[in-house]
Write a protein that binds this ligand. Sequence first.
Ligand SMILES: *Cc1c(COP(=O)(O)O)cnc(C)c1O
Length: 394
Amino acid sequence: MSAFSPDSNGFYGEFGGAFIPEMLYPNVQELQQNYKVIIDSKDFQEEFRMLLRDYVGRPTPLFYSKNLSEMFDTNIYLKREDLTHTGAHKINNTIGQILLAKRLNKKEIIAETGAGQHGVAVATTCALMNMDCTIYMGEIDIQRQGPNVEKMRMLGAKIVAVNSGSKTLKDATNEAIRQWINNPVDIHYIIGSVVGPHPYPDMVSIFQSVISEEIKFQLKEKTGRENPDCIIACLGGGSNAMGAFYHFIGDKKTRLIAVEAGGKGVYSGKTAATIALGKKGIIHGSKTYLIQTEDGQIVEPHSISAGLDYPGIGPAHSYLHDAGLSEVVNVTDDEALSAAFTLSQKEGIIPALESAHALAYLSKVKFKKDDIVVVNLSGRGDKDMLTYKKHLGL
Ligand SMILES: *Cc1c(COP(=O)(O)O)cnc(C)c1O
């Protein structure tokens, strides 16, 4: 099932690998040795597919956006991950990982969260699967993301406030990893994107690859061909982009465009455009591009959207970019806000701010009239209403 995989040590070219403290070797090796066999087993596939269908609500629709198509004079389809249970693609991964954790006899789940979307997806799946759940979240994010914090608590998760560093996602991830080191036997750590040590990037890619699997057959049904001319997805850690790209990687018929958060502008000092500025380094267990100073200190990223506010990208995206297999671009906070407004008023769909970055790129590139362009609408915008209200004068 893995059309695009790293080598046996988790490297995509020079990127990836597993740079971890020795205390984590047993746990990470257990995952490395077992994840493929478990995921490929009939029993796992049956349960995973059943839950994606009946609990998550897959396949998500591939919607022909007539109004955007007219506006941009091409053919635009929206892959509606915003219509999944909990409102974003993240649940595809949490369902897969919890089924894996059960089969490895883990007793407890921990996870990090930034905006809270991953935390809500983890808390949701833990409730469904009757697992203890602890979520690590930066103090600043706890203050910014009230509604998601309340949801996680209602779902029965314990939330631990992280007060180190900038008190946001990167620090929450560090703290979750520390806890994992303290009890690697009973705990499974559910990472929320295609980041972290091998096998996480590959494992999360496989779980999210259902998105491009569906795009293929849905597009074939609607247009008679499997390949769009272009797929556009926003790039934070890179899981929704990897899911939307996966089955098209290396296929020259389809351009793969990943849109990073430019923040207030790539050279403003307030940005999360990793490829535009990043240098090679190691973050959270893998080698990839990340935004850092000359002497290797990680620079605090900025994006108006909490889900893209991460100083690195998954190692597979670093590889795809350097190999010329994807294009990585960026749009600013203001461009994303404006695109969110456009989609809301043209199609009656309020997108997540993250997804709005992918939409914003539509106005920066000229497609041919008969091109087929798929935009991955990674999530819905309910969580962003306060930001929309503040910035759009509602
Ligand atoms: C978390 C999130 C993202 C960014 O994460 P990726 O791993 O890059 O996909 C994008 N969109 C939404 C709606 C999210 O919740």
